[in-house]
Ligand binder design. Structure first.
Ligand code: IMP
Ligand code: MG
Length: 184
């Protein structure tokens, strides 16, 4: 299949280009490395969406790092109370560690407030958030990521790890998904 044709069929507009991502990842890596100087950071990759961003961020760090993972998915409950399912990765141990949660996108904020709570309950020394994308207009809980790649409008984004039904994660940029795709 011709990949470019395929992209034009699914994407309405590019929100963040590959070049912009590369530049921003480098800046974030430098900022995080300055803030954690003299420490070892424990990167908590929130799977699946953040696999690509986390891979780039850890390579942009100049401080020593551990890399761990956690699976998190959120569901809307019957009374629109968000319920979040969390599965800890193998060898998960955050006690006395300085945790940097690395996430693809913060929307309502429910997923990461649940993840933060688990990490604090398990004895993390500190917990900060680095999110690739942020949709600040959509927030329903009080959650402020310390590091943000890009603020985006309230549109459904795919690419660079973000998916619709596990598709389109492979795009090296972020685009707005055509509505025909999810109305199909
Ligand atoms: P929330 O902050 O708990 O509402 O949930 C954030 C999660 O919803 C993210 O980790 C994504 O998996 C998903 N999500 C929210 N907005 C988008 C989007 O625009 N594209 C793809 N996934 C999204
Ligand atoms: Mg996610």
């Amino acid at each position: 299949m011709d990949k470019m044709n395929n992209i034009n069929d699914v994407i309405d507009e590019i929100l963040v280009s590959e070049e912009q991502i590369k530049r921003r990842v480098k800046e974030l890596g430098e900022e995080i490395s300055r803030d954690y100087e003299g420490k070892e950071v424990c990167v908590m990759t929130v799977l699946t969406g953040s696999f690509m961003f986390a891979a780039d961020i850890v390579r942009a760090l100049s401080v020593p790092a551990r890399v761990m993972c956690i699976f998190a998915s959120s569901y809307e409950g019957t009374e629109s109370i968000g319920k979040v399912d969390i599965i800890k990765g193998r060898g998960f141990n955050v006690k006395d560690k300085d945790i940097l949660i690395v996430e693809d996108i913060v929307d309502t904020g429910r997923t990461l407030s649940a993840v933060t709570k688990v990490l604090m309950d398990e004895g993390a020394r500190s917990v900060e958030i680095c999110t690739f994308l942020d949709k600040p207009e959509r927030r329903v809980v009080d959650l402020k990521p310390k590091y943000i790649g890009f603020d985006i409008p309230n549109k459904f984004a795919v690419g660079y790890g973000l998916d619709y039904d596990h598709r389109y994660r492979q795009f090296p940029f972020v685009g707005v998904l055509k509505s025909e795709i999810y109305e199909k």
